[in-house]
Design a protein around this ligand. Structure first.
Ligand SMILES: *Cc1c(COP(=O)(O)O)cnc(C)c1O
Length: 393
């Protein structure tokens, strides 16, 4: 037996279960049409909501930042990686989010992993929505606090948990995604804020899919619900609608002071590179100057959703440009995705264990980068393949 045979066996099991996959290769930028495995396809599977990942203004800002600051921060934030460009970005984001302070991390995942651990201690309780993102789950695992889960977006269940447990803990932190990425539904933030007040809890929203999408010029779900000042920790990502890479938490100043001393990704991992910071500053400025991008995103999303709905597809109950196309059966879901790709449209199939068994779906992500022609082409391919597979009449 070779030492790594145990991994070979695990990979073999993946193949037996039919869930082993080869990753497709994208031979160019992430935009409306991509060259995937050397075939041009309409891309309905990226989080590049506003098309900024390949925007000329953003790319030029990135190049200028490299010319002035080089390609790497050269150090963790807490030694000499604290470049003035990063402070400029944090101040700009704080203004954009209408919060006192912003602390940037190397990614959204890093941010959750660093922040949740730093702001909770032994004797505290974290109460988490059952459908929260993997990075919240990982961040929670690293915390010394106790953990509880409430049924997805179910305020009665959250209240039950708080009634039972609040008095047993020092601090209680309620954590939720702002937008749930598998169904595109929004958290019940007004309900959560109300319960948090009633039971004296802290609140934490991970708005990765809401930033750049919801609220005025993409200020996020907190802005969408008019809840500025009511959420203690607002996490966003710079990797999705903003088009670059990085994560951040918007909060009171005191939170930032603490994080700069205790959030482990800031202490033990090199700071964001200047290319990413320069690009992000430009993206955020573009959002603050005009709502052109968010308006185009929503116009495209409405057009696409109407097209599929009119054809008779079940597109779930999404409240965002995330468009699930419910299929049910796992094998049929994967077959649908494969046939769409053959016909020039890439939409990823999502099946168990990412979503519950029997709720397989395709997940189409609409972007401001799409033209109406791209979307109409995709709708027609959905129609053709949907009929062939008997999903629509
Ligand atoms: C995508 C996502 C993240 C991770 O963000 P990255 O910047 O890609 O690391 C975190 N939380 C949620 C809810 C997400 O959807």
């Amino acid at each position: 037996m070779a030492k790594l045979d145990y991994l070979a066996k695990l990979v073999e099991d993946l193949k037996k279960d039919g869930v082993y996959r080869e990753l497709p290769i994208n031979y160019g930028p992430c935009t409306n049409v991509i060259e995937l495995n050397h075939k041009l396809v309409v891309n309905l599977s990226s989080n590049n909501y506003l098309g900024l990942a390949n925007n000329d203004r953003v790319k030029n800002a990135s190049i200028e930042a490299i010319k002035k600051y080089g390609v790497g921060a050269g150090s963790v934030r807490t030694i000499v990686g604290n470049q003035d460009l990063l402070i400029e970005l944090e101040n700009l984001l704080a203004k954009f989010k209408k919060e006192e302070a912003v602390t940037c991390f190397q990614s959204g995942l890093n941010c959750n992993i660093g922040v949740i651990q730093a702001i909770t201690q032994k004797g505290d309780l974290i109460v988490s929505d059952s459908l929260n993102h993997a990075s919240i789950i990982d961040g929670t695992k690293l915390s010394k606090a106790d953990k509880a889960v409430f049924a997805h977006s179910n305020m009665e269940d959250l209240e039950k948990v708080l009634k039972e447990k609040r008095s047993l803990y020092v601090n209680v932190l309620i954590i939720t995604d702002g937008v749930f990425s598998m169904d595109g539904d929004l958290a019940n933030l007004p309900g959560i804020v109300k319960l948090a007040k009633q039971f004296d809890c802290l609140t934490y929203v991970d708005d990765a899919h809401g930033s750049g999408v919801l609220g005025e010029s993409g200020r996020g779900t907190v802005d969408h619900f008019g809840l500025h000042g009511e959420i203690d920790f607002i996490v966003g990502t710079l990797s999705k609608a903003i088009g670059v890479i990085g994560g951040y938490v918007a909060s009171k100043k005191i939170v930032k002071e603490w994080l700069l001393h205790r959030a482990r990704p800031l202490l033990f991992s090199t700071a964001l590179p200047p290319s990413a910071i320069g690009a992000t500053i430009e993206s955020v400025k573009m959002l603050m100057e005009s709502d052109e991008y968010t308006l185009r995103l929503w116009k495209n999303a409405k057009h696409f959703k109407k097209g599929l709905k009119d054809l008779g597809f079940d597109i779930g109950h999404s409240e965002t440009p995330i468009t699930p196309v419910m299929i049910g059966d796992e094998a049929k879901t994967m077959l649908f995705s494969k046939e769409l790709l053959k016909n020039g449209v890439f939409v990823s199939g999502i099946v168990f264990p990412t979503v519950p068994k029997g709720t397989g779906r395709l997940r189409a992500m609409i972007s401001a980068a799409h033209t109406i022609e791209d979307l109409d082409f995709a709708i027609n391919v959905f129609k053709k393949v949907g009929k062939e597979l008997g999903i629509i009449k």
